[in-house]
Write a protein that binds this ligand. Structure first.
Ligand SMILES: N[C@@H](CCC(=O)N[C@@H](CS)C(=O)NCC(=O)O)C(=O)O
Length: 214
């Protein structure tokens, strides 16, 4: 498998955690987002949306969208399962993942921040206020969902890692990176800390990637 990503991309980070949880090897190719390599013809031919990550399977199929890639991995390499057996719990895990992937993450994406800075001419204070608002509100919703769920398991939705944890950990990394204050969100911080103690999560951290830059 060829995995095309970038160390700081939280969508790629999700996939790295999934690979690690399943013990899968892959060939990594870095797509340098700050250098605009996602817009180069070679990458756009793989993913016309010009966003990372992308996965090229051993059969040559080209997959995009981190949640679709992770579900493909889960269907192709079923152990350990990343979605619960129970249909209701599975829907809750998917909903939580989508809160992050569909509602929070798109508002912090590089192209969105570039638009705010370059086309709307917002200064850094305004951009930071944008990030604090949308990441803060979004992660507060994640906190409230997990508290409502019971809030007493090792991972988001039980004692096994799932797609929910795979999405939560990179999103908390992003909040830290953008200096969004989430200190009062006890439950998501607790799950994050627990995940950091597991090598599948810690090895996937951006600082441990071959293309890491300060
Ligand atoms: N929903 C997509 C999001 C992909 C995405 O937005 N990737 C970001 C990095 S996390 C990207 O490639 N940004 C490049 C840009 O904004 O130009 C997924 O889950 O894969």
């Amino acid at each position: 498998m060829r995995f095309l990503g970038y160390f700081r991309s939280s969508s790629a980070y999700r996939c790295r955690i999934a690979f690690n949880l399943k013990g899968l090897e892959y060939d990594f190719e870095s797509v340098h987002l700050k250098h605009g390599q996602q817009k180069a013809a070679a990458y756009a031919a793989v993913n016309p949306q010009q966003l990372v990550p992308a996965l090229i399977t051993d059969d040559g199929d080209e997959l995009a969208q981190s949640l679709a890639i992770i579900e493909w991995l889960d269907e192709t390499y079923p152990q350990p399962a990343l979605l619960p057996q129970d249909a209701v719990l599975r829907a809750k895990v998917r909903a939580f993942a989508q809160v992050i992937a569909c509602e929070i993450h798109p508002l912090q994406n590089l192209r969105v921040l570039q638009y705010l800075r370059n086309e709307l001419s917002l200064d850094e204070d305004a951009v930071n206020a944008w990030l604090a608002r949308w990441l803060g509100d979004g992660l507060q919703a994640c906190e409230d969902i997990l508290v409502k769920q019971g809030g007493n398991t090792a991972f988001c939705f039980g004692d096994q890692p799932s797609l929910a944890d795979i999405c939560l950990v990179p999103q908390i990394f992003s909040a830290q990176r953008f200096n969004v204050d989430i200190a009062g969100m006890r439950r998501i911080n607790e799950v994050y800390e627990h995940c950091q103690s597991i090598s599948a999560f810690s090895d996937a951290h951006p600082k441990n990637q071959p293309d890491f830059e300060v």
